[in-house]
Write a protein that binds this ligand. Structure first.
Ligand code: FES
Ligand code: FES
Length: 156
């Protein structure tokens, strides 16, 4: 089985095919952006994109991710290369504290803005509610999403 991750095909040995997508990304492919938080689908630290949708990779067997296109934090980039506007906004708003939840937060935010380029406050709150942050960065996350949305609309 070949898994398409960030536009590259990776051989997944048969012995791995019962593993979660999260452990495959981290332990087999060395893509450690997505984090193991709870392992139960509750925290969102493991969010990656599966065919453009935000999914909890701890809740998915890698065999169920085939033949989808997987995108991880490592695969994000802006138009013409460099940081994605959401990543830039995260830096500009100094969102991260310990950082553990942030890859999942960013991937959730990118999926939101790809689905809805102009989300209202309620949509942002509802969407991001499922991504937990024990450091209390939510207010800065909301500001960063607003900043990134404005930038992305300005460039489209
Ligand atoms: S580690 Fe997947 S939801 Fe918490
Ligand atoms: S920045 Fe520490 S858990 Fe979110």
């Amino acid at each position: 089985m070949k898994l398409n991750v960030n536009g590259s095909l990776h051989d997944i040995p048969e012995t791995w095919q019962g593993e979660t997508l999260l452990s495959t990304l981290r332990e087999l492919l060395g893509l450690v952006g997505a984090k193991f938080g709870c392992g139960h689908g509750d925290c969102g630290a493991c969010v990656v994109h599966v065919d453009g949708k935000a999914k909890r990779s701890c809740q998915m067997q890698v065999s169920d991710a085939f033949p989808a296109h997987i995108r991880t934090l490592e695969g994000l980039e802006g138009v013409g290369g460099g940081l994605h506007p959401v990543q830039r906004a995260w830096l500009d708003e100094r969102v991260a504290q310990c950082g553990y939840c942030q890859a999942g937060q960013i991937m959730q935010a990118v999926a939101l803005l790809e689905e809805n380029p102009e989300p209202d406050k309620q949509s942002v709150v509802e969407r991001m509610r499922s991504n937990l942050c024990r450091c209390g960065t939510q207010a800065r996350i909301f500001k960063a999403i607003h900043r990134a949305a404005s930038e992305m609309r300005g460039k489209s």
